[in-house]
Design a protein around this ligand. Structure first.
Ligand code: SF4
Ligand code: SF4
Length: 438
């Protein structure tokens, strides 16, 4: 694609990056076929190619984004299916991230929307505040029935519909908190490794059992696990909302903390059980490439970061004691399959450990979770969830496995089949407790 940035614009390293990405796009449109919003809405401006064109115009004109541009960029799930499909290697992720930052800085949203986004950006990355928020949301759930919901064919939600969607996501009860930051779990038997396990934000409140399963499996196989004190939210939530000031501050703080831990006790990996977080931490090196103080350490941390399935695969687990023969529908989270290109590995691990793994039709399509998307765009998110749940039901599973808490909550909202994390099944197969409760 031909671009027309001025020399003055090209003095900005972000514009240089955008220019490189835009020039790779040959406008072939292959990406439209796998884009969930294009598949649902059929509007070129809700396809990757259309959004790339809108972003190009916005950056070239160097003017504040219009409401039309914001509408179509906001509808993008950042699922990155387009990057998997694109034959030209267009890095849509880095382009849309830049567009979101520009929108956040230069576009004035209506006041209720600004307030809602500010609340989400404040609450979600802080586990204690999030826990309190979940209790309040649970109390407010009866009110949800009184709020207006989705209208047939609607694609632009109202403020009240977003509040309704937020209340609907609050669980009926919250589990007790999991292990504390600063805890160290020694390896059982001969020590083979030492890792930091990312504690996560929403996940540690909604499902501490996931990291408990990871700790149980890792320590049983000779790996010492550290929950590093002073670790923060990885920044993914605010990064996807375009608030890079917050996201990069969190990235820098985590890099400092993890580097100190690596120097103190040694770290073979930073292991992540929420693939949405893993994708962003693996990108720290890129996000901080222009930062003289942090570029090197950020690249080091990105290189150390592993999804839990990548790390478990490196342990070469012994065969399971018995086969369960449960049918597992494996939901491949977008951040895992498109963001980190981890597709077959989790399924192979499950199969080797005695489960009957079924692929889900249209597995490339997002479930609609996408960070805060299911709150901010509930109409599209609900349609994607219903489509995903119908596809899952077609393989008649006993359980559904996924590697990302956001997907687990989203899918569980539309089915009575238990939704578990892949690591819970692997832990069970290798001597841990049986999972199965949503
Ligand atoms: S598939 Fe790639 S090159 Fe083709 S239109 Fe989409 S982003 Fe551009
Ligand atoms: S990230 Fe997903 S929703 Fe956004 S343009 Fe690409 S395929 Fe479509």
């Amino acid at each position: 694609m031909k671009t027309e940035f001025t020399p003055a614009q090209l003095a900005d390293p972000d514009i240089v990056e955008a220019d490189k990405i835009l020039r790779k796009c040959v406008h072939c449109g292959f990406c439209t076929a796998t884009c969930p919003t294009y598949v649902l809405l059929g509007d070129e401006l809700d396809s990757p190619r259309g959004r790339i064109y809108l972003i190009k115009q916005m950056l070239e004109k160097n003017e504040p984004p219009t409401a039309e541009v914001v509408k179509h960029i906001d509808r993008c799930l950042s699922c990155l299916a387009c990057m998997t499909t694109c034959p030209s290697g267009v890095n849509y992720m880095h382009l849309v991230d830049q567009a979101r930052v520009r929108i956040e800085k230069e576009y004035v949203r209506p006041l209720p929307e600004r307030l809602l986004r500010a609340v989400l950006a404040y609450v979600l990355p802080r586990p204690r505040v999030f826990r309190a928020g979940m209790v309040l949301a649970r109390l407010g759930r009866p009110l949800a029935a009184l709020l207006p919901g989705s209208k047939p064919g609607a694609t632009t939600p109202t403020f009240l519909h977003r509040i309704k969607a937020m209340l609907a996501l609050a669980p009926a009860s919250l589990p007790a908190p999991g292990a504390r930051a600063g805890s160290v779990f020694p390896a059982q038997g001969a020590k083979r490794g030492r890792v930091a396990l990312l504690q996560g934000c929403a996940q540690q409140v909604l499902a501490p059992r996931i990291n408990q399963a990871a700790i149980s499996l890792l320590t049983r196989h000779g790996v010492e696990v550290v929950l590093v004190a002073d670790e923060q939210c990885c920044g993914a939530l605010t990064h996807h909302m375009g608030d890079d000031r917050d996201a990069l501050a969190r990235a820098r703080a985590n890099i400092t903390t993890w580097i100190a831990e690596a120097e103190r006790g040694g770290l073979d990996a930073i292991v992540v059980t929420a693939s949405g977080c893993g994708t962003v931490i693996k990108d720290y090196g890129y996000l901080l490439r222009e930062d003289r103080d942090y570029a090197g350490p950020a690249a080091k941390i990105s290189g150390l970061t592993k999804d839990i399935t990548e790390y478990v695969a490196s342990l070469d687990l012994p065969p399971p004691r018995s086969r369960s023969d449960l049918v597992i529908a494996y939901h491949s989270a977008c951040s895992l399959q498109h963001g980190q290109k981890i597709t077959q590995l989790p399924k192979d691990l499950l199969s080797k450990n005695g489960f009957v793994v079924k692929d889900i039709p249209e597995s490339h399509l997002c479930c609609g979770s996408a960070g805060t998307y299911n709150i901010l765009q509930p109409d599209i998110a609900n349609r994607l969830r219903d489509r995903k749940v119908a596809n899952i039901a077609s393989v008649k599973p006993d359980m559904i496995a996924a590697g990302n808490i956001g997907c687990m909550v989203q899918i569980a909202g539309g089915t009575s089949v238990p939704v578990v994390h892949t690591i819970e099944l692997l832990d069970w197969a290798t001597g841990g407790p049986r999972p199965g409760l949503n």
